[in-house]
Design a protein around this ligand. Structure first.
Ligand code: KIV
Length: 274
């Protein structure tokens, strides 16, 4: 029984629910979290999709990139976040190197589900990663893909830059998006791509897209917790908005973000790329 004044828990967000949200045209609200306390706030404010991102390397550990993050660390933070969630979907990031082969990715994914209590894993990239996506999905590990600016590619890219601006790169991104869907991905994070390109991919795919620096035409939006609260320091990318300034409290900031995503007032054009 629930206490009489406590609302009943909402239906859990899972693979079919993500699909339903896309077909209903209801924007998916996604954020990162790294501990139980913040996770509970996000859950209470109706965030649908909570990612233990390898961004934890930068915003929690103070590293200069996400590359040092390990599977052990993702599992540790997932366990903590899981304790704070009642309805939101917990998504675990596959850290750099852990998905170098389908078998390694599967072993890491099993740990994220069994020890970390995650309900999905996120894998950056297409190309050689397609085998890993397929391998996991065929073995009952739901996968969220991640294309556009993939921070684990920072050494090759030479920085965190908008992707898909040139015609050839845009066409490649569209091919990759179709390929991750065909490999069985349940959702697709699109990071730092021109809004028109993200919108056209979103229209074409049957799986939901979740944008970060990808404009308002995606099926959902994700922000890094520390960015949303304005505590990241350093260079602030264009797509970031500090919701704490107007929200007044952590709860208020998360609520303002969730409302802005659901009403499609965030991201505005000043948060997007052409
Ligand atoms: O690691 C992370 O937080 C991410 C999001 C930026 C999507 O991958």
């Amino acid at each position: 029984m629930y206490a009489s004044d406590a609302p009943p828990p909402r239906p859990p967000v899972n693979v079919p629910e993500l699909r339903r949200l896309k077909s209903a045209g209801t924007p998916i609200v996604a954020m990162t979290a790294y501990d139980a306390g913040f996770a509970a706030v996000l859950d209470a404010e109706g965030v649908d999709f909570v990612l233990v991102g390898d961004s934890l390397g930068m915003v929690v550990q103070g590293e200069v990139s996400t590359l040092p993050v390990t599977v052990d660390q993702i599992v540790y933070h997932c366990r903590a976040v899981a304790r704070g969630l009642r309805g939101a979907l917990l998504v675990a990031d596959m850290p750099f190197g852990a998905d170098a082969t389908p078998e390694r990715a599967f072993d890491a994914g099993v740990r994220m589900l069994k020890e970390g209590n995650a309900g999905m894993v996120k894998i950056e990239g297409a190309g050689v990663k397609l085998d890993a996506i397929r391998f996991l999905v065929e073995r009952e590990i739901p996968v969220c893909a991640h294309l556009g600016l993939t921070p684990q590619s920072v050494l090759r890219l030479g920085g965190y830059k908008v992707q898909g601006r040139e015609a050839a790169a845009a066409e490649q991104l569209k091919r990759d998006a179709r390929a991750v869907e065909a490999a069985g991905a349940t959702a697709l994070v699109l990071e730092c791509v021109p809004s028109a390109l993200a919108e056209s991919i979103t229209r074409e795919l049957s799986i939901p897209t979740i944008g970060i620096g990808a404009g308002a035409g995606c099926d959902g939006q994700i922000l890094v917790l520390h960015d949303l609260l304005g505590v990241s320091g350093g260079h602030r990318p264009r797509f970031v908005k500090n919701f704490l300034a107007d929200g007044g409290s952590v709860q208020g900031a998360v609520r303002a973000y969730a409302e802005a995503v659901r009403s499609r007032t965030f991201p505005a054009s000043e948060h997007a790329y052409a």
